[in-house]
Design a protein around this ligand. Sequence first.
Ligand code: NAD
Length: 351
Amino acid sequence: MSVFDHPEFDQHECVHFVHDEASGLRAIIAVHNTVRGPALGGCRMWPYASSADALTDVLRLSRGMTYKSAMANIDLGGGKSVIIGDARQMKSDALVRAMGRAVDRLGGLYIAAEDSGTSVEDLRRMGEVTAHVGGVIERPGPGGEPHSGDPSPATALGVFHGLAAAVRFQLQRDDLEGVRVAIQGVGNVGYRLAGHLHAAGAKLVVADIHQPNIDRVVEAYGADVVPVAEIDAQAVDVFAPCALGSAINAATLSRLQAKVIAGAANNQLDRRAHDQALLDRGILYAPDYVINAGGIIDIFYERTGYTWDKVERHLRGIGDTVTEVFERSRRDGVPTGQVADLIAESRFRRV
Ligand code: NAD
C-alpha cells in the first residue's frame, strides 16, 4: 500500500523514511501541516511489530499535533517521528545522533521533542547535531524552580484549568471545593493534577497499577484509593483519565457516573462515535488535545522567549478555549470533540 492510500493519510505534507546502516536506525518522520509554523512533535522510540504499524502511528500522531497546536493558538504545525526498535536494547549514542542528522536534513520543517522511549537527554544529544529540537533548555518553572524540559508540570496545570472550566460550565460551580474527582493514573501528570485539585479543595479518588505512585498521592493529598477496574465507575463529579488512551470505550461508557470527563491522556475516546454517546448521556467531555496542550505550550515559549508567567497565562487560556468549545457544542448540538476539530481546522487550513 502506498502512503497516499493509507487510511491514516490526511493530506500530510511529507513523510520521510530514514535508514542509517551504521547505527541500525530505522525511522519515519511525518510532517502533517506547517501552515501555522514548523511541525513540532515528539520523537517516539517503540518496538513496533512492523514498519506498517510505525507508519500508522506516525501519520496519526503527526495529524494530532497539528490540531493540538492550532487549538492552543501557537505558531506551530504538526509533526511526529518514530524510531523503530526497543529503546532499552537498541538505543545508542550513534543511533540518537543519526536521528538528529535526519531531523537536521529537513532544515527546520520538523522540530523533535521527547516522547515515549526518548528522554530530554536524548534530545539534547540530538541537539549536538541539529538546532531543530525542542523542550531541552533548562528554564525557570512554577515558583521560580528550575525545570529541565519535562513538560508534565505545564500539562498538569493546563488540565487543571480546563477541568475547572468544565466544572463551571456543567455544574455551575465557580470553585472546586468539595468537588469529587476520580483520577485514573497518578504518574507525572496525574500526580501533579492531584496536587492542584487538592489545593483547590477537591476530594480525590485515584487508581494506578504502580503501588509507589499510589502511596505518594495518598501521603501527599490524602486521596482515597480504589481498584484499577473500578475507577471509571465512581460516584464522582469528574472523571480524569491520566493513564493510557481509550479510557472511554463501550464498556466504560455504560458505567460512568461522572458528569464531566477532563483529563490528560491522549486519545481518550476509543471510537469517535463515543463523543456523540457522551453528549447523548449528558456528560461533558473536555476534548483531550485541547486540555492537555500545556506541554507543547511550554516548549513553544522556549522558542520565543521563555518566562513562566507567559506560559502560565497561556495555560489559563485553556479554560477559555475549552469553554468556547462547550458553548458551541451546546448551541449547535454537536459533540465537543467535533466542535474542537472544526475550530482547529479553520485555523490551520486558513493560509
Ligand atoms: P506516566 O507514565 O508518568 O503516568 C501514567 C500513570 O498511569 C502511571 O503511574 C501508570 O502506572 C498509570 N497507569 C498505567 N496503566 C494504568 C491503568 N490501566 N490504570 C490506572 N493507571 C494506570 O505518564 P504521564 O506523563 O503522566 O502522561 C499521562 C497521560 O497523559 C498519557 O496518556 C500521556 O500520553 C498524556 N500526556 C502527557 C503529557 C505530558 O506532558 N507528560 C502531555 C500530553 C499528554
